[in-house]
Write a protein that binds this ligand. Structure first.
Ligand code: ADE
Ligand code: ZN
Length: 330
């Protein structure tokens, strides 16, 4: 009989986290500490009251709170502390490499430059790598529910900042904002040497996943749950080895699925899809990558080999160099 899975620090498989929004790692105690330090008023009397508000009915109900809370992030040091805390926590949970999403437009609209945001993140990447060995890179995301010109300005400001960025992504409210709107921005990013990803098929239809692949030319799909409704799309994703960065706790908390046992893990693996497991916005959805993996292992009775397959998928799907990937192969 195969061994039951143990996701623990002692039995560490080399996982990469490829779908985590750094602003979604902002924990309630940090929100209160930053607000207090800056003399900002919050519409909650306590951390417990804020946490109690984390009851979401859909993606938009979550985004409303996510964008409100991130306003406490203002200085380069705030972004440094945010990313350093996440990277230390990820390391303890067995993450060897993280590709962190950030939303520069959510900050530039408050007068905070891309250089301030990226400077803080880059400093944390360097410091925590020295401390723990975890490696990390940055993927800047377009807010798809803001005008296309804002996305163009964001990309220009990131490129002009001179900070190293691995890729461009697409996030925020999905339905009504098809990927094809952003073809020009993604073409420009590709020409600048950035790797491309997009959220698609979280709430939006399978058609948005087709557009992300065929119009934007992305290399990974973030979420992609609704791709499973379209057999021709499943065949395309499997044949072209397009990874899906899936997020079980997020899917439950945003009601993409009813409960964890509905997460399409077996369906996706049996269809030959290269799926990876990620935390999305761990401060909001009940846990980090290791928490997601432990819950999946228990719900789906995952074997050690099942977990090793998920770890291998995450290494293969990462944007690390071939040499860096080799270090983590299991
Ligand atoms: N921004 C932060 N989390 C997100 C998610 N799950 N989907 C789309 N945009 C996001
Ligand atoms: Zn996401």
């Amino acid at each position: 009989m195969s061994q039951p899975a143990q996701i623990s620090v002692a039995n560490r498989l080399p996982f990469c986290e490829l779908h985590v929004h750094i602003e979604g790692t902002l924990e309630p105690p940090t929100i209160f500490a930053l607000a207090r330090a800056k003399g900002m008023a919050l519409p909650y009397d306590s951390e417990a009251e804020l946490s109690d508000a984390y009851q979401f009915t859909d993606l938009q109900s979550f985004l409303n709170l996510y964008y409100a809370n991130l306003q406490v992030l203002q200085t380069e040091d705030d972004f440094y502390e945010l990313a350093a805390s996440y990277l230390r926590r990820a390391h303890v949970g067995g993450v060897a490499h993280a590709e962190m999403f950030v939303d520069p437009q959510a900050h530039s609209k408050r007068g905070i430059s891309a250089a301030t945001v990226l400077g803080g993140l880059q400093r944390a990447i360097t410091a925590v790598s020295r401390e723990t060995g975890i490696t990390s890179s940055i993927i800047v995301c377009v807010l798809r529910d803001d005008p296309v010109e804002d996305a163009e300005r964001m990309l220009d400001s990131v490129l002009e900042s001179g900070f190293a960025v691995t890729g461009l992504g697409l996030d925020s409210a999905e339905v009504g904002y098809p990927p094809s709107l952003f073809k020009g921005v993604f073409d420009k990013a590709r020409a600048a040497g950035l790797r491309l990803v997009a959220h698609a098929g979280e709430e939006g239809p399978a058609e948005y996943v087709w557009q992300a692949l065929d119009t934007l030319g992305v290399e990974r799909i973030d979420h992609g749950n609704r791709a499973l409704e379209d057999p021709a799309l499943v065949t395309r994703l499997a044949n072209d080895h397009i990874p899906l960065t899936m997020c079980p706790f997020s899917n439950v908390r945003l009601r993409v699925i009813r409960e964890l046992s509905d997460f399409p893990l077996r369906k996706a693996l049996d269809a030959g899809l290269q799926i990876t497991i990620n935390s999305d916005d761990p401060a909001y959805f009940g846990g980090y990558l290791d928490d997601n993996l432990r819950a999946l292992a228990s719900t789906f009775s995952l074997t050690h080999e099942d977990c090793a397959e998920l770890a291998r998928n995450s290494v293969k799907a990462s944007f690390m160099s071939a040499a860096e990937r080799q270090r983590l192969e299991c």
